[in-house]
Design a protein around this ligand. Structure first.
Ligand code: PMP
Length: 351
């Protein structure tokens, strides 16, 4: 071993879902099957590339202001970053600096563990119950911060706002981050609790309901004090996280509320129909309120099904990890894509 090895920060990185370069039915990374709002396409077509000579606005003001208007908060309550992964990572760095462990569920977004390891933050996972629901009392103990997604991933289970509020209210001495990557498909957002609790940060993304995973935009909504701390950390890291193109396109996406709401409606309809179809095929599905379904079949091995699907160019997500060995996560695609998935399952089950 080289002497310098001991000074290297070693981490076990997060493993993102595959992005195959050939044409597949892609139901593995919770992307939206529909295009972004027409205004985004128009903005890209009309983009003044001369503007790219210059650095973008480090405050990302146009996007911050558009989001503030959309959520009826002040611009100093909004922080934007390069996807919610960037925002969450910045939140871990900024807010989780205690000797006490941070708390998050045992089955959840697997990036939380990676950031905790990267920043040397102690953590303790809290077991979801046997129905994969959050046990709120587990988050009452002393801690260095709390984070959970709502709806949770990969289960898709949404906890009503009173459960979320209860956890925030029991942690007034710690920061609580609610990761709402999928909330647009689910129900009420914790953003409505921002004025009531000064320890709350809500993080959302353009990658799911706004169909812009490739653009990389995420944001946090909180009170001005916590947003200032986040910006201080960001400016100590990289002043220009948001590129010019994302800023322009992000604004256009937020402006088109009707397109946003219609898109959500289509996905929710397909999801509810897909749950029924899966059940008819004998799958056990969790009651997802997200843009994916977490499902298992009592008679067929998940890994084998996952691999057979892949051979047929249908990509879903499978982890094989503890407690979820037999589950696959299926992103909601178009109705046609889901039909193709069901045709595959029918054939598979005939054998
Ligand atoms: N939070 C959760 C729970 C997610 O599933 C994802 C998507 N992988 C993210 C955050 C990050 O999404 P993005 O960086 O595209 O905003």
């Amino acid at each position: 071993m080289k002497a310098y090895e001991k000074n290297i920060r070693k981490v076990e990185p997060y493993v993102p879902g595959e992005q195959p370069q050939h044409k597949v039915i892609k139901l593995n990374t919770n992307e939206n099957p529909y295009p972004p709002a027409p205004g985004v396409t128009k903005a890209l077509e009309e983009m003044n590339t001369d503007r790219l000579r210059l650095y973008p606005d480090p405050t990302a003001a146009p996007l911050v202001e558009e989001l503030a208007g959309f959520y009826q908060v002040n611009p100093d309550q909004v922080f934007v970053g390069v996807g919610s992964d960037d925002v969450l990572s910045m939140c871990f760095l900024t807010f989780f600096n205690s000797e006490k462990p941070i708390l998050f569920p045992d089955i959840t977004y697997s990036f939380y563990k990676v950031w905790a390891d990267l920043y040397r933050i102690p953590y303790e996972c809290q077991k979801l119950d046997e129905n994969f629901r959050l046990i709120k009392e587990d988050y009452y103990k002393e801690n260095g911060g709390v984070i959970f997604p709502n709806p949770n991933a990969p289960t898709g289970i949404y906890e009503e706002l009173d459960v979320v509020e209860d956890i925030i209210a029991h942690n007034r001495d710690a920061i609580v981050i609610v990761d709402e990557a999928y909330v647009d498909f689910a129900g009420r957002s914790a953003i409505e609790l921002i004025d009531k609790y000064d320890n709350l940060i809500v993080v959302q993304t353009f990658s799911k309901a706004r169909s812009m995973a490739g653009m990389r935009i995420g944001y946090a909504i909180s009170n001005p004090t916590l947003i200032r701390y986040l910006n201080d950390a960001k400016y100590s890291f990289n002043s220009y996280t948001m590129n010019q193109t994302s800023l322009v396109c992000g604004v256009e996406a937020v402006k088109d509320k009707e397109y946003f709401e219609n898109g959500i409606r289509k996905i929710v309809e397909t999801r509810e129909w897909a749950k029924e179809e899966l059940k008819k095929l004998g799958f056990h599905c969790l009651d997802s309120k997200s843009n994916f379904i977490f499902a298992m079949h009592p008679q067929y091995d998940a890994k084998e099904m996952f691999e057979a699907l892949k051979k047929h160019d249908i990509y879903v997500r499978f982890w094989g990890s503890e407690r979820i060995e037999q589950y696959m996560r299926i992103t909601i695609g178009t109705r046609e894509e889901m039909e193709a998935l069901f045709v595959f399952f029918r054939e598979y089950m005939k054998k």
